[in-house]
Design a binder for this molecule. Structure first.
Ligand code: AHR
Length: 307
């Protein structure tokens, strides 16, 4: 009787198991890989059947994936939108099919009623925090070069805006150059090489602000190859808090990073469950992360690289 009951309850659990589609951007950075792993692990823990699709940085692939999820009749969709615009049509299709969509990590510009909620950090705040820290470190006098993330992404647009908001308050701070390195290490290295060339070898650059750690790590390499000392000759501040940036900070090559929380699966799945239960869900569920400095870097690296 016991095993029959167990079998029946497993069948019942299976019948109630949720199927969720997840359209991920790609694997451009260490942070993105952690986010994917974290969301997959959270789904497994909850017994959710997660249908995962890697868009390889292409919006058209994400739109196709969302349409496939709709055709499969999933219970909900997580969408990490690579860029901010161009989503209204496909989101309307999901809404018409009564499938709740949660935006994870990045946001969109468009009709807010077309998605359930956004689970993400405040990228404008991250930019402000990076610039405020830099202003304090340099007494408000600094010529900065900026490595932007993917063109058109909310992460790049908002991190740029937040940083500029603060720089404007300091007459002797300026963003001398700014270009996209597409959130990748190789992109960061390439763009930094061109900045260094254009800036007479880099002697006049006071700091490099990168929209993510991977680009900062690429740029650190470029600074070294140009014969300068990253972290000393050029202050390095970036965002994400991936293990390798802690190693760079412990080695004296980087100066600050702001943590971007990759554990967005839990609140996203909770939001879908709440909506299904007819509960009110806030339009923005904010994740948060502190700024880390070299003093704790060795310890953080040990903790984070052991995971
Ligand atoms: O959208 C968040 C950004 O995307 C992360 O900072 C970056 O590493 C990723 O590629």
């Amino acid at each position: 009787v016991g095993s029959l009951l167990l079998g029946m309850s497993l069948i019942a659990a299976g019948a109630n198991a949720q199927t969720i589609g997840f359209s991920q951007i790609g694997s451009e950075s260490g942070w993105r890989t952690s986010e994917t792993e974290s969301i997959k692990a959270e789904a497994k823990k909850r017994g959710i059947d997660l249908k995962f699709s890697d868009a390889q940085q292409k919006q058209e692939n994400q739109i196709k994936a969302v349409r496939t999820f709709i055709a499969q009749g999933v219970d909900g969709i997580l969408l990490a939108p690579v860029v901010e615009t161009g989503w209204d049509q496909v989101l309307k299709e999901a809404k018409d099919a009564k499938i709740p969509v949660v935006l994870v990590d990045r946001g969109i510009k468009g009709d807010e009623s077309l998605y359930l909620t956004k689970v993400s950090s405040d990228f404008v705040e991250e930019g402000r925090l990076a610039a405020s820290w830099l202003a304090a470190r340099t007494n408000g006098k600094c010529r900065v070069v900026e490595l932007q993330g993917t063109v058109g992404s909310s992460a790049a647009i908002d991190r740029k805006k937040g940083f500029e908001d603060v720089v404007k308050l300091f007459p002797r701070m300026e963003i001398a150059r700014s270009q996209s390195g597409d959130f990748t290490r190789s992109g960061g290295k390439e763009v930094m090489e061109s900045f260094l060339k254009a800036e007479g070898g880099g002697k006049n650059i006071c700091a490099m602000y990168a929209h993510n750690d991977d680009m900062a790590l690429g740029a650190i390499q470029a600074i070294k190859e140009a014969g300068l000392k990253p972290g000393k000759d050029i202050t390095v501040v970036s965002i994400d808090a991936v293990p390798d940036i802690f190693k760079a900070m412990a080695d004296g090559d980087a100066n600050a990073t702001i943590e971007l929380n990759p554990h967005l699966g839990g609140p996203s799945f909770d939001a879908i469950a709440a909506a299904k239960a007819g509960k009110e869900v806030p339009k923005w569920i904010k994740a948060q992360g502190p700024l880390y400095l070299p003093d704790t870097a060795a310890e953080e690296y040990k903790k984070r690289s052991a995971k």
